[in-house]
Design a protein around this ligand. Sequence first.
Ligand SMILES: Nc1nc2c(ncn2[C@@H]2O[C@H](COP(=O)(O)OP(=O)(O)OP(=O)(O)O)[C@@H](O)[C@H]2O)c(=O)[nH]1
Length: 426
Amino acid sequence: MKKIIVVDDSRFFCALIEKQIIEQTPYGVVTCSSLEEAKIVLSRLDKESIQACLTSYRLRDATEGEAIELFRSHNIPTIVLISDVTARLRSRFWQLRVIDYVLKHDKYAINEIINTLSRLERNPNNKIVIVEDSKTSAKMLQILLEVHQYDVMHFNNPKQALDYVKYHQDVKMVITDYNMPEMDGCELTRRLRRLYSKQELAILGMSGAGQTIMSANFLKHGADDFIIKQSFLAEEFYLRVNSYLDRLNTYQELATAASYDYLTKIPNRRHFFEVVEAMHEAAIRHETPVTCAMIDIDKFKSVNDEYGHSVGDEVLRKVAETIKSSTRKSDVVARFGGEEFCMYMNGMSAENAQPYFEKLRQKISDTIIHVEDYTLQVTVSIGLNSKLEQDLNQMLEKADKSLYEAKETGRNRVILNSNLAEVSCS
Ligand SMILES: Nc1nc2c(ncn2[C@@H]2O[C@H](COP(=O)(O)OP(=O)(O)OP(=O)(O)O)[C@@H](O)[C@H]2O)c(=O)[nH]1
């Protein structure tokens, strides 16, 4: 587990922040009350295991921010705690390339610290592309962004940048200069906006001082914001970049919540239809074999009644995991509600469906589920339809009828409706 080092001479503050970090982040905490103690801790810890450091500017044995210098000299991401900040201190912090400073007595200080630590955890997955033909300016931006652990790519050619963004879904932001060879920054912005909405990609335009019209030009072409190269403050830059990426992450979390089942983390019914309708149309056009499957856990009510709802939830997660682990990328699996799952198997014929689902049924019934102090096993009934039909809903309804038959004829079995033949009995 990665650690956060907290350095403050108030034991009370250290205990308070340690509790919050442990409760709200995946990190462990090491606390120190002085610079001397911090030096000892640093000499003992593997540097790779340190995620970040949170240090007071003033400590009993280090009144001029020496602890910040110590951590930065080891290249450890550092957040500074301070009672009051002056312009001189601000500029020193950014020269030392700290992540941020937090006003200690602000009532939102702890929230701010937790948000900054969460961002640090997320930022390596947030790729930022810099498009800039000046090496010095690109290098400066890259250093600023890498302090916050962003994954940064630099291009001096806008066409190459455009191609890169097209094929890398993890790019969350493009920061582009205006004057560049082959294509200017506004044109690049326009082309990117044709491909990605503001919920998918943030774009910051950039140009030299004295080009007052440029800000409006970039915004008009679809940029979210604009910065003047030589004169922006590091603090302002971070606030802008972080706020756009926070917004993007929130959109993405909402989109995931709307499409995925919160309990099992597999797609929900709505997402199933969004994806499968287009697949089904293509299957009809090309006469590709398709199998639809409805899977239902047997006597699941008795699991809840006997062991409790939280055990029932764990059983649902485990069954979903087993189903998911047996699928290919081209298969779609979803939780249809309650203890029922649905699968759309593109390219699977009736002959292949029978052994595949028989194996899955067996795998689920063989899985031993350990939850709380219990050990239990469940079985599933599976209804299949492999007759390609124009109407997707009709295909699913027939699979549901097969499921009904599987339940009626004893459960823990697979029924294929094309010939209503039972292929497996427990
Ligand atoms: N723990 C838990 N239970 C759920 C969830 N959704 C639905 N259930 C329960 O699933 C049970 C389904 O019960 P029934 O429809 O009677 O079916 P069954 O007991 O599985 O019996 P058969 O399907 O006939 O084999 C109900 O008790 C629901 O409360 C959930 O998200 N978590």
